[in-house]
Design a protein around this ligand. Structure first.
Ligand code: FAD
Length: 501
């Protein structure tokens, strides 16, 4: 006999990227058994409509859902993303790249970064990113699936996608509905609690009601259940990250899409450019303490290339995380759970991470608080790790040309970040938890791009015979650069593999 206390019905409130990812993941796990899933969303309210740059685990999600990657790319008009180019962050005129995948290869068990640091200290002028296949490919405007290039110098690269957010939600809706998810159109106007403080019933504007044993709040910044109904509270991180608004606009493409996201620092924030197959997403993230919406809009519109086809629209946000992402029988996923500015494209990742953990701690109808407690501890650790990584991009700046950048340069660092960077400064050693999103190569890339170097290198590097080492590095760099000649441009790759027949 199955557990009589098992969940019988789960209701998802909201049908943006979060709602439909949650629905698709649940439907996939349930295989039509266990519990019923109903998603309520309102076309009148709509979705946030931004969120178009992803990171490599997004493709693992697509694969886990048994979605064909090429078909998905076609349907959501995606382009490939090999990393992010950061312009003017450390100093004006300086650019660096945060690539996906390897940056060089380990040599005799030593991290490549350590070998590179020794080479630099010995006067060899190698740039770290010359050894990163994704960086070199991105700068050449080329693309090839790294797993189809085993044994070549680009095998260690990785990639993600730039996607059309609305099309992603539509695609996943089709996927979830085909697997039994019931969609209800309507506006939730009232949320009733039972005597345990659990959400019991939602009332829609037209009077219909929805009951469920468990609710997933994907209502975006409105946070209808987790905050408005349950009042779980919010940890505000605006003392570390000063931007609190964004202007977003879509433009026509000018030329073929570049295989990376651009993040260009501005006087009071930064702007993004996310190229898709059929259009480009643009935005300007800024601190309202230093800039008005009008000025931020003007700056964005001055910089975009191509005709504006949608927007500009203003998106206010508050950086931070819900104090309890799961409380009683409500779990918040997506913007309802918290938000850190999109500099490293982490929000969509946190959606499926949140669903992965949900399945790890799946409750029955009693929702044992121990499960929620552990879930909250794990998810808030992820949010904190991401916060620190984003703060790193700001607090290490050498810019002092505007009040915004002076405030970033002089800010108080979170203790957790301070400890990480102090450790790194000693000899390039990084604190790396096994379960962390950003691995050491990501930290090395950003630290290097922001002019942070360790005082020395790890002592074990001196085990490596120096004879031939530096000539070997030069050869590896030249082989990688030379290999680009044989690769198709990203546009050629898309035309050959990802276009409708
Ligand atoms: P929304 O898209 O706002 O969806 C909310 C849903 O709830 C909608 O369906 C709405 O109709 C429904 N709803 C709300 N109230 C009610 C109600 N009363 N009744 C019924 N339905 C209701 N993430 C990335 O990974 N990469 C990026 O590049 C990136 N860029 C971003 C840029 C900006 C400026 C911002 C603000 C976010 C960005 N994000 C990015 C985050 C990303 O956009 C979100 O994580 C993602 O879109 C998920 O949003 P959501 O589904 O939680 O909310």
């Amino acid at each position: 006999m199955n557990n009589p206390d098992a969940l019988r019905k789960v209701c998802i409130v909201g049908g943006g990227t979060a709602g439909w990812i949650a629905a698709a993941v649940m439907a996939h796990h349930m295989k039509g058994r266990l519990f019923e899933i109903e998603l309520v969303e309102s076309d009148d309210i709509g979705t946030i409509g931004v969120g178009e740059s992803t990171i490599p685990p997004f493709l693992e999600l697509i694969a886990k859902l048994d979605i064909n990657e090429q078909e998905f790319i076609r349907e959501v008009q995606a382009s490939f993303k090999l990393g992010i180019e950061f312009k003017d962050w450390w100093k004006q005129g300086e650019t660096y790249f945060h690539p996906f995948g390897d940056v060089g290869q380990r040599i005799e068990l030593s991290d490549f970064y350590q070998v590179w640091r020794k080479a630099k200290l010995n006067g060899h002028d190698f740039a770290l990113q010359d050894f990163a296949p994704a960086t070199v490919m991105a700068h050449a405007g080329k693309f090839m699936l790294p797993f189809k290039a085993r044994g070549t110098p680009i095998a260690g690269a990785s990639y993600a996608l730039h996607v059309d957010a609305k099309r992603v939600a539509q695609y996943l809706r089709g996927h979830a509905e085909a697997r039994g998810v019931k969609r209800t159109e309507g506006i939730v106007t009232d949320v009733a609690l039972d005597d345990r403080g659990f959400v019991s019933t939602l009332t829609l504007k037209d009077g219909r009601t929805i009951d469920a044993d468990f609710f997933i709040d994907c209502s975006g910044f409105r946070a209808l259940l987790i905050e408005k109904a349950l009042g779980t509270g919010y940890t505000d991180w605006s003392n570390y990250l000063f931007c609190d608004r964004a202007i977003a606009a879509q433009t026509e493409n000018v030329g073929p899409p570049k295989p990376y996201t651009l993040a260009e620092a501005q006087d009071a924030g930064w702007r993004w450019r996310i190229p898709l197959q059929h259009r480009t997403g643009n935005g300007h993230v800024f601190a309202s303490e230093f800039m008005s919406d009008d000025e931020a809009t003007r700056i964005l519109l001055d910089k975009v290339e191509g005709e504006v086809v949608a927007g500009p629209m203003v998106v206010p946000f508050k950086t931070g995380v819900r104090q309890q992402i799961w409380h009683k029988n409500v779990l918040a996923i997506g913007l309802a759970s918290g938000f850190i500015e999109p500099l490293e494209s982490t929000a969509i990742h946190l959606i499926y991470r949140g669903m992965d953990f949900f399945f790890r701690f799946l409750p029955d109808r009693h929702c044992d608080p121990a499960l929620a407690e552990e879930y909250n501890r794990r998810m808030i650790a992820d949010y904190t790790e991401i916060r620190d990584f984003i703060v790193l991009h700001y607090c290490t700046t050498a810019r002092d040309d505007t009040p915004f950048w002076r405030k970033c340069r002089d800010m108080e660092w979170p203790d957790s970040l301070k400890e990480r960077v102090e450790l790194f400064r000693a000899n390039g050693t990084l604190r790396e938890g096994l379960d962390e999103l950003f691995r050491s190569v990501s930290w090395f890339s950003v630290l290097d791009g922001m002019g942070e170097l360790p005082r020395t290198y790890h002592p074990l590097v001196d085990r490596i015979d120096e004879a031939g080492l530096y000539a070997g590095l030069a050869q590896a760099r030249d082989q990688l650069a030379g290999f680009m000649q044989q690769l198709p441009t990203q546009q050629q790759f898309i035309d050959a593999h990802c276009r409708a027949e």
